[in-house]
Design a protein around this ligand. Structure first.
Ligand code: CAA
Length: 379
């Protein structure tokens, strides 16, 4: 593994960092406070061609590699984890399965609008009774001639209501278990498809998280994504890539908190000197940065494995598990170093602490990542 970013990746990282500083950071507190979807950030990302980074130019993408996309999620999440997950859910959960499993007709129909950011994408797997046990799908897609009739409810869907294109999983044959699950492309505005309750959350409060309700939604067969019965594998493979995105979000949150705390400890004086002069501060900072740098290596390694066509299920799970736990630890320590000030909304670290928690939960909890990692080890 080459541990160095290429010149092009370094250049893109710098551009993403400048964009995050100039355009994303100024809105981060407001988006959190008002629990408001950052539509203007999506618009700006569209202008900067950030909504199709790892997809080929022939479909409207930027033609860059997966690591470049991961760098974008990391840089955005340093300033605003909400904006980081909007990009991650759109790219790796919503758009990628259409690119990887779609027919040429489906790719030509959906990808140009998604990759250029004219439309936003989302992914609907989770249900009230199918969270960690993703195979327990109760949404059904029943054959009616050549069509399918979709019925059921999805919950906790990122970009819900804001997205135009949804990759949805449903049972087409309950008797076959995971082999009876199929994937479909569902479009906003289809008769019978509505967005339900909007969740109020601890963190990533600007991200739209809502229910999707399907009431006799008629889907013609060109909405089936991949083969019938292959939906569970499509979901798992999509989540393998998505987990690298969430790992990058966690990494960004951790580094963002460190970037806030370093200038603070240098300027804050107690007992007549800067608190950066105390050994406790120095040791805490050293641990925070070391763990964050270790997380970065795991995240970049997983992204490079995916890009190079190597197995990455295990590497993605390791990256997400480690980066999420580091994000929690680092943001907790950042608040502790900043004391009462860190606990207030005058500084962004309390938001980063709240935002970090979800990275241990969505796209597979830390326990699920441990199941995936140990499953691979014990194979
Ligand atoms: N790639 C390809 N195939 C895979 C796979 C992978 N990563 N993981 C499993 N499979 C295949 C298996 O090989 C098996 O295939 P066969 O039957 O042909 O042998 C099949 O899928 C079933 O596998 P398991 O028996 O391992 O499945 P399981 O029911 O025991 O589930 C699990 C395993 C790891 C717990 C899985 O259910 C899981 O990942 N759960 C968590 C779900 C999750 O991450 N949800 C998040 C939803 S998205 C979100 O968070 C919101 C958002 O919008 C951001």
């Amino acid at each position: 593994m080459d541990f160095m970013l290429t010149e092009q990746q370094q250049m893109m990282k710098k551009l993403f960092a400048e964009f995050a500083e100039k355009d994303v950071k100024p809105l981060a507190a407001e988006v959190d406070e008002d629990e408001r979807f950052p539509r203007e950030n999506v618009e700006k990302m569209r202008e900067c061609k950030m909504l199709g980074i790892p997809f080929p130019r022939e479909y409207g993408g930027a033609g860059a590699d997966y690591l470049s996309y991961i760098l974008a999620v990391e840089e955005l999440s340093k300033k605003c984890a909400t904006t980081g997950v909007v990009l991650s859910a759109h790219t790796s959960l919503g758009t990628w399965p259409i690119f990887a499993f779609g027919t040429e007709e489906q790719k030509n129909k959906y990808l140009p609008d998604l990759c250029t950011g004219k439309k936003l994408a989302a992914f609907g797997l989770t249900e009230p009774n199918a969270g960690t046990d993703a195979a327990g799908q109760q949404t059904t897609a029943v054959k009616d001639g050549d069509d399918y009739i979709l019925n059921g409810t999805k919950i906790f869907i990122t970009n819900a209501g804001e997205a135009d294109v949804y990759v949805i999983f449903a049972m087409t044959d309950k008797s076959k278990g995971t082999h009876g699950i199929s994937a479909f492309i569902v479009e906003k505005g289809m008769p019978g498809f509505t967005v339900g309750q909007h969740e109020k959350k601890l963190g990533i409060r600007g991200s739209a998280t809502s229910e999707l309700i399907f009431n006799n939604v008629r889907l013609t067969k060109d909405h089936l994504l991949g083969q019938e019965g292959k939906g569970f594998k499509i979901a798992m493979q999509t989540l393998d890539g998505g987990r690298i995105g969430i790992a990058a979000q966690a990494l960004g949150i951790a580094q963002g908190a460190i970037d806030e705390v370093v200038p603070y400890v240098k300027s804050r004086k107690q007992f007549g000197r800067s608190i950066a002069k105390f050994q406790n501060t120095q040791f805490q900072l050293a641990d925070m940065q070391t763990k964050t740098d270790a997380a970065r290596l795991l995240v970049y390694q997983a992204a490079m494995a995916k890009e190079n066509g190597q197995p990455y299920t295990y590497l993605a799970a390791e990256a997400k598990l480690f980066a999420a736990e580091v994000a929690m630890e680092v943001t907790t320590k950042a608040i502790q170093l900043m004391g009462g000030y860190g606990y207030t909304r005058d500084y962004p670290v309390e938001r980063m602490f709240r935002d970090a928690k979800i990275t241990e939960i969505y796209e597979g909890t830390s326990e699920v990542q441990r199941m995936v990692i140990s499953g691979q080890m014990l194979k």
